[in-house]
Design a binder for this molecule. Structure first.
Ligand code: B12
Length: 270
């Protein structure tokens, strides 16, 4: 084949393999995408509790095969200490899902900006709400909670301390559940914010479960009392299932939390 024809052939083939811009995606059958639409290409990473060796690499490949993947390529295998190897594997998945049937539990409120929240608060709230927050149990991570509560806020979005409609008290980290309830009582809290980052062995869920009866049995606490949780592994569905009013995950902005508080509190206080 002459060189020019060969070049044109490669050009045509590579264009065919790219998704055409604007080409409609079949939302009833979506699957991971790498080079070509619906090729199922995925990157997986995991650790196996064995020393780095050719057998370890093969074990990683066999494991991914057992998960139902095909065209498996162990791209990287690295010893990460005695008895452990970390892998990066490229493989193709077979399964597709119907995106039109995917449902996610979301807190029902309109996301407002600072001025809109303040306008709604002027209309709906009779007084400033007391918002307290803590990271509970042994969890020492404070950055996420600070991002929501502190004046400076997060990603250019001012924190709750900036809102005149809230009186904000950040109790910071490693606050015991009992201390949190005592603080809620003393400060006459209307809203409790709890941040959980350490999720090992489900400790975050246990701490959150343990707090609820303590709040319930204390009849002197303000009512309504909004209980809101957040953290990188938190979802609204998990929070609601546990018995909380809302759950916020990664990337949450303070204005979203402020919008939820004003909306939900005014609904419950009716
Ligand atoms: C910084 C950091 C630390 C710092 C914390 C400093 C501080 N003052 O906070 C230090 C070095 C002290 C630390 C210690 C430890 N850490 Co650490 N840490 C991190 C790290 C790298 C970043 C966390 C962070 O600041 N994120 C930035 C903020 C802005 O994001 P965010 O927390 O997700 O918050 C946002 C949302 O989630 C949400 N949000 C969060 N909380 C709340 C609360 C409410 C009410 C709402 C509405 C929203 C909300 O809004 C925020 C803004 O959008 C994470 C890894 C990671 N990338 O997440 C590990 C990580 C959380 N740490 C981890 C671990 C294991 C530890 C240690 C146990 C390590 C050790 N063996 O000593 C200790 C734990 C100490 C303890 N007793 O808790 C693990 C947790 C694993 C797990 N799933 O359980 C992680 C995930 C790292 C990892 N991959 O292993 N850590």
């Amino acid at each position: 084949m002459p060189m020019e024809t060969l070049k044109r052939w490669f050009q045509k083939k590579s264009e065919e393999s790219l998704p055409t811009p604007g080409q409609p995606v079949n939302l009833r059958r979506i699957m991971p995408y790498g080079d070509q639409m619906n090729d199922g290409a995925m990157q997986l990473s995991f650790t196996l509790p064995v020393d780095h060796s050719p057998e370890a690499k093969e074990a990683a490949r066999l494991y991914v095969e057992k998960l139902g993947f095909h065209e498996i390529h162990v791209a990287n295998a690295e010893a990460i200490g005695a008895g452990f190897t970390y892998f990066v594997v490229f493989a193709r998945a077979k399964h597709a899902i119907d995106f039109t049937k995917v449902k996610v539990a979301k807190a029902d409120f309109q996301k407002l900006d600072f001025d809109q929240v303040m306008k709604l608060a002027d209309e709906k709230l009779k007084r400033r709400l007391v918002v307290i927050g803590a990271t509970t149990g042994t969890d020492a991570h404070t950055v996420g909670l600070d991002a929501i509560m502190n004046m400076k806020g997060y990603a250019g979005d001012p924190g709750l301390e900036r809102y005149p409609c809230f009186k904000v008290v950040n109790l910071r980290s490693q606050v015991d559940n009992k201390e949190l309830v005592e603080a809620a009582l003393e400060l006459k809290a209307d809203v409790i914010l709890i941040s959980k980052l350490v999720t090992q062995r489900g400790q975050h869920l246990q701490d959150l479960k343990d707090l609820l009866p303590l709040l319930k049995e204390n009849k002197k606490l303000n009512q309504p009392l909004l209980k809101i949780v957040g953290g990188p592994r938190m979802t609204h569905a998990i929070a609601v299932k546990l018995g909380y009013d809302a759950g916020f995950g990664p990337g949450t902005l303070p204005s979203e939390v402020a919008s939820f508080i004003v909306h939900e509190y005014s609904k419950k206080a009716k």
